[in-house]
Design a protein around this ligand. Structure first.
Ligand code: SF4
Length: 345
């Protein structure tokens, strides 16, 4: 197989356009080999707490965008978030991901208190934040309060495409700045993008890969675009599982030690989507820990799965899926291999 790390933008785009062509199977085998080398058969879990679906932004693809007046809004208070963590800890999660829209209610002071309370109550757990674009000062304060990881999908590394997916006040340069700030502060950084989003070309995906090579993030979330009916992109077609698998495998080969989640979105496209992506090089799953009564309200896209199950059901469902695929779900913080921290359990 040709070396993806030596390919030009045009060659990468051509490889993507042909879906890997005759080299696809070899690519997937190589991706698996590299994952085994870095992480063995371990699959790491993150307990996802979707704590607010308010957002001040209007990304054209997102079901909780500000102008979607059909979205039923909610926020969890600090005590509810801590209850989710407590349940998660009992279920064996050692990473909590606090995810939300860009909700101005959650000021730095409020978030600092939440992060600090989790850090104090669960010293052996990693705290990941996914709260969108903030100032460098804000990222620093949350890091100092005890957060160690931050997920901020870049969505597309092509400036023209970025403007096709976002309103004019949202800028690719600012998204880029945020990711570099997070890296410099010391977070384990997660970037990521949608596969098959409107107006995306193979060249855009090649730009994503080249940008990620430059950023060297610790984690990359890759999921198919799935339309949400109340958004400007509600009538566009979804991305495909086949192309998502290709991108996961290409990324594993280009960044061998990166953490790659099998996202809920691939499970929405295909009942066995997560298993298929795990077999192509992914090694992280993110079951939902949010209270069941708010799950359906965090609808970034239509037909999202796992919105009706209790946290314990999600935990054991995902364990079964991982084990049937030949891997092991671990009780571990699941740090990037270059950033391992050891804690006595
Ligand atoms: S993608 Fe994020 S920033 Fe954009 S509207 Fe949705 S929640 Fe807000």
């Amino acid at each position: 197989m040709r070396d993806l790390n030596r390919m030009t933008r045009e060659e990468l785009a051509d490889f993507i356009r042909k879906n890997g062509g005759t080299e696809r199977q070899e690519l997937i085998e190589e991706s698996n080999r590299l994952r085994l080398l870095s992480y063995g058969r371990d699959v790491y879990t993150r307990g996802l707490i979707e704590f607010t679906n308010y957002c001040k932004n209007n990304c054209y693809y997102c079901g909780i965008r500000k102008d979607n007046h059909n979205a039923e809004r909610y926020r969890l208070i600090q005590e509810q978030i801590l209850e989710c963590c407590q349940l998660g800890w009992q279920l064996g999660y050692r990473t909590f991901v606090l995810q939300g829209g860009e909700d101005p209610y959650f000021t730095d002071d409020r978030l600092e208190r939440i992060v600090h309370s989790i850090r104090t109550a669960f010293p052996d757990c990693a705290i990941t934040l996914s709260l969108g674009e903030r100032s460098r000062e804000s990222y620093q304060r949350l890091y100092d309060a005890g957060a160690e990881r931050y997920l901020l999908r870049h969505e597309t590394a092509n400036d023209i495409h970025y403007r096709q997916l976002h309103p004019k006040e949202m800028l690719w340069d600012n998204r880029r700045r945020c990711l570099w700030d997070l890296r410099e502060i010391g977070y384990q950084v997660g970037a990521g993008f949608m596969v098959g989003s409107p107006f995306q070309t193979p060249e855009c995906l090649a730009d994503d890969l080249l940008f990620l090579k430059e950023l060297q993030p610790h984690m990359v979330g890759i999921g198919p675009f799935i339309p949400q009916k109340d958004t400007p992109f509600g009538s566009y077609s979804a991305g495909t599982l086949e192309q998502t698998i290709l991108m996961v495998a290409m990324l594993r080969v280009m960044l061998p030690a990166v953490l790659l989640p099998a996202t809920t979105a691939v499970g929405t496209l295909d009942p066995l989507g997560r298993e298929k992506v795990l077999k192509a090089g992914a090694n992280v799953v993110m079951p939902n820990l949010s209270p069941v009564d708010v799950r359906k309200k965090y609808l970034l896209y239509d037909n999202k799965i796992c919105t009706g199950d209790e946290a314990a059901e999600c935990r054991f469902c995902i364990q079964g899926r991982v084990e049937r695929t030949g891997y092991t779900l671990t009780v571990d913080r699941g740090d990037h291999k270059d950033r391992r921290v050891s804690y006595a359990n």
